[in-house]
Every structure is written in C-alpha cells, then in structure tokens.
Ligand binder design. Structure first.
Ligand code: ZN
Length: 278
C-alpha cells in the first residue's frame, strides 16, 4: 500500500519446465568449469525480500497469497538458500561476506494485521525467521494494523524480530519541501528516535535497524539514522545485497504475487537450483 505498486503479468508455467530442461542439459554436457565460477560469484549476494500484506487466496498489488508465499519458500529451499535472521545477514555484509551457503532474509513492512493472521501461522509451520518493520503510530490504532499484543506474541515466538519503520511513515521528500531546513531536521530526528524508543519500551527489545519509508534515503537521512542509534537501514529496491553494501541503505527486493518460478529466480539473482551447479 505504501510503497509503489508493481504490475506484473502472470508467469507461464512453461518457463519452469524450460529451466529444468536447461539445468538437465548443463549436467548432461558437464559444463562444470564455467558454472563453478558463476556459483562462486553468486554466494556473495544475499536477497533481502520485502513483503507487505498476505491473504489466504486473493492477491493484490502488495498482497501475496499463501500459495505464492509457500512456493517462494519452497523455491528458496530448492535453490539451496538458507533463510537467515536479518541481523545475521547484515553482520555478514558488514564483515565482508564469505558465506559458504546461499542466504536470504525475509522482511515485512507496515504491520498490516494479515501479518499476524495469515503470515504468522505459516512462519511457525515452516520455522522461518522474519523481521517486521513497524511504524508505531498505527499499532493498536489504525484498523488495518496489528495490535501491541499481537506484536508481543509474534516476538515471543523467537521467529519474529520487530524493528523500526519511523514513527508515522512520512514521505521525507515531501516533508523536506514543506518545512524549513531546521524544522525538517528536527522532524527527521523525532521520527527516527520516537519510533525506536516506543518499540523498545512497548516490546522490551533492542531496536537498531530501520526500513526507510518509500525507500527514500539520502546522505542527510543516513547521518540522522546513525545519530539516532541505528546500525543498519534498508532501502526498498536495489536487488540482492552484495558484501560491502552501504549499511544505512541496504538494498531489498520487493516481492509480489506473480513472482514465481523463473521470475522469482531472476529477482533473487539465482541462476538455478543449486543441485544443477554441482
Ligand atoms: Zn512502508
């Protein structure tokens, strides 16, 4: 809802079969040498997926169905990706990568109630770690949003980590235009600090990661985030994360309901199931 919508056409199933045939041919003709080089290059990028809403069966511009979400989890596993806590993925990037397994992370922005009603049972079933980016002004307040009790219950599962999405999800480009520079700076500081302080007090957690609303970030905002005590902040787009990425504007991959099969593989930067490359 908040981030820009992305219209995509449905993915024909035939693409999947072609990929399988191609992978089979690659193995049959034993093109191991160039493929090993590709695989070595690949393990250094980490897809950080960005979701918003979930529905049992009805897709929307930023709504993913259970069937699609499970197909994406299945595909990640099939391609050899281990879904890792965002905090560990960020640490790996900061320390220069060097992972020997493919890693991915799952993030969900905005605190829509379907995160509790639809996603939470799925991640419990699949034991999938997820990071939620929340703007506290909506919690137990807006009718589309989760409650503090729901966030506490998710956090207590050990699978869910709650982090900051500013206090009320402003568009910093618009706010900068309509405020004096001094007023704008104070506004940014307040959005970043109040969100962190509120989440920490309400949920008794450490908050040091931030997702930029609408993915809007620049050098001034990064400086403000650093000053407010954030160790990492995430943009909304940018593809798979490479080691050494800017820790205060880490790239993510928005995921929609049509992102299945080869379309999803292309998004996450995978060239195929890991078994095909051995
Ligand atoms: Zn958002």
């Amino acid at each position: 809802m908040h981030e820009q919508q992305h219209g995509r056409s449905p993915q024909p199933m035939a693409m999947d079969r072609r990929a399988v045939v191609f992978a089979g041919l690659a193995v049959a003709f034993d093109v191991a040498v160039p493929i090993r080089v590709l695989a070595a290059r690949e393990v250094r990028t980490i897809p950080i997926l960005a979701y918003h809403r979930f529905d049992p069966s009805a897709p929307g511009p930023t709504t993913v169905t259970i069937r699609t979400f499970e197909s994406q989890l299945h595909q990640l596993a099939e391609y050899g990706y281990h879904i890792t806590r965002l905090r560990d993925v960020v640490a790996a990037s900061r320390d220069g990568g060097g992972e020997t397994t493919r890693q991915a992370a799952i993030t969900v922005d905005d605190g829509h109630r379907s995160v509790f009603t639809v996603l939470f049972p799925l991640i419990r079933q699949h034991r999938t770690p997820v990071t939620l980016f929340i703007y506290p002004s909506a919690i137990s307040n807006a009718d589309y949003a989760m409650t503090w009790d729901q966030l506490r219950e998710m956090q207590a599962s050990g699978l869910v980590n709650v982090q900051s999405h500013t206090y009320w999800h402003p568009n910093f480009k618009i706010e900068r235009r309509r405020r004096s520079s001094e007023n704008y700076r104070a506004f940014v500081d307040d959005q970043l600090q109040r969100s962190k302080a509120t989440l920490e007090a309400r949920l008794r957690i450490r908050v040091d990661m931030l997702a930029w609303p609408f993915g809007i970030v620049d050098a001034d905002l990064e400086a403000a985030a650093r000053k407010a005590g954030y160790a990492a902040a995430l943009a909304y787009r940018g593809g798979p994360m490479a080691p050494g990425a800017d820790l205060l504007a880490l790239p993510r991959i928005p995921v929609g309901d049509t992102d299945r099969g080869m379309r999803f593989a292309a998004l996450i930067g995978a060239t195929g199931p890991v078994a095909a490359w051995r």
